[in-house]
Design a protein around this ligand. Structure first.
Ligand code: SF4
Length: 370
């Protein structure tokens, strides 16, 4: 059994229609419950819930404080390579884009680590394009131990790997892996993933299963909002989380909700989600699940990030550069997408503190796992 087996039993259109059919009574019932299920989640992300956003926000904020206190974890992405053997319509790294390609050497990685440490970060997300031959296990075996020497918490967002490979990387210091399905609609997925290993929808869908079986501490899931109807995709993310928590209780989970951003060769979103709807979604995730980490990246604007922080967010990136070598020597023409929040890490930290929160630079201490 894996999530793709469960996914096969679900019908996209039935789910989309049932979300649209939720009424105000369904929303009020969901809001009144101490523990909500996936049917309640449908009501909370439905158009009928818009009129109750204030109530949702208050409950979401209270639940988040109860579980996470007044803290927010900070991390920063380190782009190791922009090589990619896939063609995704929405991404600047797509193999079909004629951009300058770069993969960091051991010396360049060391320089990036020092530049990042200089900004105070202790939790890092390694990002690459998906190039199995040039930036695959051989590269990760060299890079991970060198990077782990500098940081307490090491996450990755790279091509999906085999269970045994994840287990090996765990032994080299890997703590978390983010793997976003982009969209849970197979036909739409096919329209946006044109060439390369990423065309294998089911293999990607089962990546979280392989991660959990390999004993990875934290697994991040999500959809790229805009590729298809955001409500239906978000429902599938919630049901994926529900499946993972029931099946693999030892791992922790996080959800991201990236909205399509401008990039080289950009596509237009099929489903546009406005700021108010993103607030609704963040609150709905929190009302469904009090344990899950909710992560907000620098794709969003400073004003929006500052505003939604108290509602349910537990993790934020700051001062992100989305190109390899971006911290030690900035070459913006290599970037994956343009960030929206361009403030320094110190400036974001100051805004977080001004809102009454403590910044946690260190997500986990290696001595805890001994
Ligand atoms: S989204 Fe990932 S796999 Fe697709 S082109 Fe960009 S880096 Fe490559």
């Amino acid at each position: 059994m894996s999530f793709s087996t469960y996914w096969e039993t679900q019908d996209w259109d039935d789910i989309r229609l049932s979300i649209g059919a939720k009424t105000e009574a369904d929303v009020l019932r969901a809001l009144a419950k101490p523990k909500r299920d996936l049917e309640d989640f449908k009501a909370l992300i439905s158009p009928a819930a818009d009129a109750h956003l204030e109530n949702m926000a208050q409950q979401a904020a209270a639940l988040t404080r109860r579980r996470f206190g007044y803290t927010v974890n900070f991390y920063v992405p380190l782009y190791l390579s922009n090589l990619c053997a896939n063609a995704c319509t929405y991404c600047g790294f797509s193999m079909e884009n004629r951009i300058k390609r770069r993969t960091l050497s051991a010396d360049e990685i060391e320089r990036e680590c020092h530049a990042i440490k200089g900004m105070n970060f202790d939790s890092i997300l390694l990002v690459t394009g998906e190039h199995q031959t040039k930036v695959g296990m051989a590269y990760f075996r060299e890079a991970l131990p060198a990077i782990k020497r500098h940081f307490s918490y090491l996450a990755m967002e790279v091509q999906p790997l085999e269970e045994a490979e994840y287990a090996e990387l765990k032994g080299l210091g890997l703590d978390a892996v983010m793997v976003y399905q982009e969209t849970y609609n197979r036909a739409t997925y096919g329209e946006h993933h044109l060439r390369g290993n990423k065309t294998d929808f089911a293999y990607r869908l089962d990546t979280a299963d392989r991660l959990a079986r390999a004993g990875i501490d934290k697994i991040g899931i999500g959809a790229l909002i805009g590729l298809d109807d955001w409500r239906t995709d978000s429902f599938f993310v919630a049901s994926h989380l529900d499946y993972l928590e029931r099946t693999y209780w030892r791992s922790r989970y996080s959800i991201s909700f990236p909205r399509l951003r401008p990039c080289e060769g950009a596509v237009q979103p099929k489903s546009v989600m406005n700021d108010r709807q993103l607030v609704q979604l963040i609150c709905a995730y929190r009302l469904l699940n009090q344990e899950v980490e909710l992560s907000l990246s620098t794709r969003e604007s400073p004003a929006f990030r500052d505003k939604v922080l108290p509602l349910g967010i537990t993790t934020m990136s700051a001062a992100s550069k989305t190109q390899p070598g971006g911290y030690a020597d900035d070459e913006p023409e290599l970037e994956q997408f343009a960030v929206s929040d361009e403030r320094s890490a110190a400036a974001v930290a100051q805004a977080v503190k001004a809102a009454g929160f403590d910044v946690v630079w260190k997500d986990w201490d290696p001595s805890y796992s001994g």
